[in-house]
Design a protein around this ligand. Structure first.
Ligand code: UD1
Ligand code: UDP
Length: 373
């Protein structure tokens, strides 16, 4: 038998960790591979929440996060530090997922060493380099040289082919976020205590419809965030709803949300939830209000209507399926669309249907097989 292939999986933020832990688990269990993990720790606490639940102990932890980090300083440090790990490990493949600074820097570091890159969740395109910013360009950069493009959907594959990517390197694998959701829901079924931390809020808000909320997009900082906060304030003035809002640790988000929403009766501003508790929030939510990428994929899978506070999306599948709707960052529009879902049963029913355009829960295994091939 030939020597196992050495795969170095590199990630740095919460969403990458969530979408890569199923693949790391699969690689670790597969004798065809020698699996290594490098975290940039572009996020710290929010990354550690995922590492803990998924029981992943990185081989390399670069501990890069600094409070209020800038894009250029983070990029520079990630490029240099990930490069050192690549020199030490000399893997056969580097695996990255998605569109963050860690992804772009990690992939470039591999390219500089002529190590082939496997890009998970390849081919998402909004067509607008400023939305999402800077993620649209991060994805495009990795797409120009990845040796293996794992497109979650046909739409993503078609986008890559339009950019003249070699079709032999593009594979539709589904999105590993669905693997992650299945894994966490099975884990919580076995160990229910892992998701019981919301019980007090559930009791406090009994009888109200829960709106699950997240917001953190960099392009919304400033006016967009202010508008979103204003919208939440108006929505929460109704006594038949409650908003549960785990606030992202980015200070640009926290300052605005704490200033505008702290102390409101029907709004719970809480710390970022670990994945079992966020899955619980998705479960109890009547609808989701978000600008997150991952939540746009999870909510449709669970049949939860999701109003997307963005002008455009690189994930059009949820919109096409009818479970997601783009509402932008204008406060009046957000409030109007939220009230419509709360007051118009037909409009709600039309959106509240489980659709799973993003995967079948077996994406990680498909990616393993491609890496072995
Ligand atoms: C990053 C990604 C974004 C992704 C998001 C997921 C880039 C450019 N942005 O945005 O694509 O959608 O993560 O959440 O790669 N912080 C903490 N603790 C944490 C995490 C963040 O304190 O665990 C604070 C720090 O002050 C940090 C700041 O948030 O400097 C910003 O973190 P950063 O990763 O640069 O940007 P995000 O807005 O989190
Ligand atoms: N999430 C979580 N706890 C929270 C908020 C979100 O575990 O308090 C999960 C969510 O289920 C999704 C992912 O984090 O899988 C999305 O991450 P985020 O919104 O930070 O980034 P994006 O997906 O927009 O890049």
């Amino acid at each position: 038998m030939s020597a196992p292939r050495k795969i170095l999986t590199v990630f740095g933020t919460r969403p990458e960790a969530i979408k890569l832990f199923p693949l790391v688990h699969a690689l670790e269990a597969d004798p065809r591979f020698d699996s290594r993990v490098c975290v940039s720790a572009q996020h710290r606490a929010m990354l550690d929440q995922v590492l803990a639940i998924a029981e992943i102990v990185p081989d390399h932890d670069l501990d890069l996060m600094t409070p209020g980090q800038t894009l250029d300083a983070l990029t520079a440090r990630a490029l240099v530090e990930i490069g050192k790990v690549l020199d030490a490990e000399q893997p056969d493949w580097v695996v990255v997922q998605g569109d963050t600074t860690t992804v772009m820097a990690g992939a470039i570091a591999a390219y500089y060493r002529k190590i082939p890159v496997c890009h998970v969740e390849a081919g998402l395109r909004s067509g607008d380099i400023h939305h999402p910013w800077p993620e649209e360009v991060n994805r495009r950069v990795v797409g120009t040289f990845a040796a293996l493009h794992c497109a979650p959907t046909e739409t993503a594959r078609d986008a890559l082919l339009r950019e003249n990517v070699d079709p032999a390197t593009v594979h539709v694998t589904g999105n590993t976020v669905i693997d992650a959701l299945h894994w966490v829901s099975e884990k919580v079924t076995r160990e229910p205590h892992l998701a019981q931390g919301l019980a007090e809020l559930e009791h406090r808000f009994a009888g109200k419809r829960i709106i699950g909320m997240t917001s953190h997009r960099r392009e919304n900082f400033g006016e967009g965030m202010q508008n979103i906060a204003n919208a939440v304030r108006q929505i929460a003035s109704r006594d038949d709803v409650a908003v549960i809002f785990p606030v992202h640790l980015n200070p640009n988000v926290r300052q605005v949300m704490n200033a505008e929403l702290a102390g409101l009766d029907n709004v719970a501003l809480i710390e970022p939830l670990d994945y079992p508790h966020f899955a619980r929030l998705l479960d109890i939510a009547h609808l989701m209000l978000t600008d997150s990428g991952g939540v746009q994929e999870e909510a449709p899978a669970l049949g939860k209507p999701v109003l997307v506070m963005r002008e455009t999306t690189e994930r059009p599948e949820g919109v096409a399926a009818g479970t997601a709707k783009l509402v932008g960052t204008d406060a009046d529009t957000i409030v109007r669309e939220t009230f419509r879902l709360l007051d118009d049963e037909q409009a709600y029913a039309a959106m509240a249907r489980a659709h799973n355009p993003f995967g079948d829960g077996h994406s990680a295994q498909r990616i393993c097989d491609l890496l072995a091939g």
